[in-house]
Design a protein around this ligand. Structure first.
Ligand code: SIN
Ligand code: MN
Length: 327
């Protein structure tokens, strides 16, 4: 999918774009249906809330779960990001924020690029987020609040808040936020499951806690321009990835095919899921087992493509390492 010149202008001026119905109900259902087996895992990438034994953020799910691996290669992500960042892009971060019913905690006001610059050594604010709503996001269950135009003013001073929630964050002070909101107002990103929000890495944003019985799950894919790769990572690889190979898009039907296949086969989204260990790697995922004919062949081809992409990424990183060693 290509963005129009008007959409590119809006992204430049306001710092975000919102798309209702970006993914179909079928595609959204396969994503949402995969969440319980992801959130059930006891692994360090699943950061839990202070307030309860529920997942605040599940990082790097695309590295072990085939449905989310298919999602990150979706052309509806890759193409707009390349237009906005004017470069090939790679995955800087992937996370699924649970904002659980009753226990989903606040995300204080912040800029993502502030963290990427300070903690990861990202040279420029040429990175962005793509958020996919898995639940209905309502005014009452902690929607993302964005300050339009705030991305134009560079990186603000921030304090490293390690106390308020279970996840340390570089946060802005109230005076700065008030000044920015006086100028730009607040955009409340509400919408049905399947909606997508794209926003600039320097856009000021946050969200309130969720005291309602309605969870607010959102998938976030952070894409960085390949030439803007991080120079001095300090965080775990699963928080700030160091695989800088450009994303190669798959075909647009990948998620729908997964959805149909699982429905036909009556399977969970990935078999063999068990708490307490990393499961669902590509070896655990048996594609094409229960299907026949052309559909099976296409799905087998998809699996081989995804495996091939993994190999290509690893090769490209090696090549990159060799090249950058010379600079
Ligand atoms: C974030 O800013 O990284 C997440 C905010 C949210 O999910 O509410
Ligand atoms: Mn953020």
């Amino acid at each position: 999918m290509k963005l129009t010149p008007e959409q590119l202008k809006q992204f430049d001026e306001e710092g975000y774009l919102f798309f209702p119905n970006y993914f179909s109900p079928e595609e959204t259902a396969i994503l949402k249906g995969s969440i319980p087996e992801v959130f059930a895992q006891r692994r360090e990438e699943n950061v839990r809330e202070k307030t309860g034994d529920v997942v605040r953020t599940a990082f790097a799910v695309h590295t072990y779960h085939p449905v989310f691996e298919a999602l990150v290669h979706h052309p509806r992500f890759v193409e707009p990001a390349e237009q906005m960042l004017r470069d090939k892009t790679y995955i800087h971060q992937f996370k699924i924020n649970g904002k659980a019913a009753f226990d989903g905690d606040v995300w204080q006001w912040h800029q993502d690029y502030g963290t990427w610059a300070r903690d990861d050594g990202m040279p420029q604010a040429r990175a962005m987020n793509i958020a996919v709503f898995l639940d209905e996001v309502m005014p009452i269950n902690g929607p993302l609040l964005l300050v339009p135009g705030s991305h134009k003013q560079g990186v603000f001073e921030a304090g490293h808040d390690k106390l308020t929630t279970s996840y340390p964050l570089w946060t802005l002070d109230n005076d700065t936020v008030k000044k920015l909101v006086d100028e730009g107002g607040i955009f409340e990103a509400v919408g049905k499951p399947g909606s997508v929000l794209m926003f600039h890495g320097n856009l000021v944003h946050g969200s309130a806690g969720n005291i309602t019985p309605y969870p607010r799950k959102i998938v976030y894919l952070t894409l960085n321009a390949v030439s803007n790769y991080i120079r001095t990572p300090t965080r775990k690889e699963w928080i700030a990835h160091t695989d800088f190979a450009p994303i190669v898009p798959t075909d647009a039907d990948a998620l729908t095919r997964y959805a149909r296949r699982f429905r036909q086969a009556g399977l969970g989204a990935f078999s063999g899921s068990r708490e307490g260990r990393a499961v669902g790697g590509k070896g655990d995922f048996e594609l094409g087992r229960t299907r026949h004919g052309a559909q099976t062949a296409r799905d087998g081809a998809l699996e081989r493509l995804l495996r091939g992409l993994g190999l290509l990424r690893r090769l490209a990183v090696c090549a990159h390492g060799l090249t950058s060693a010379r600079h």
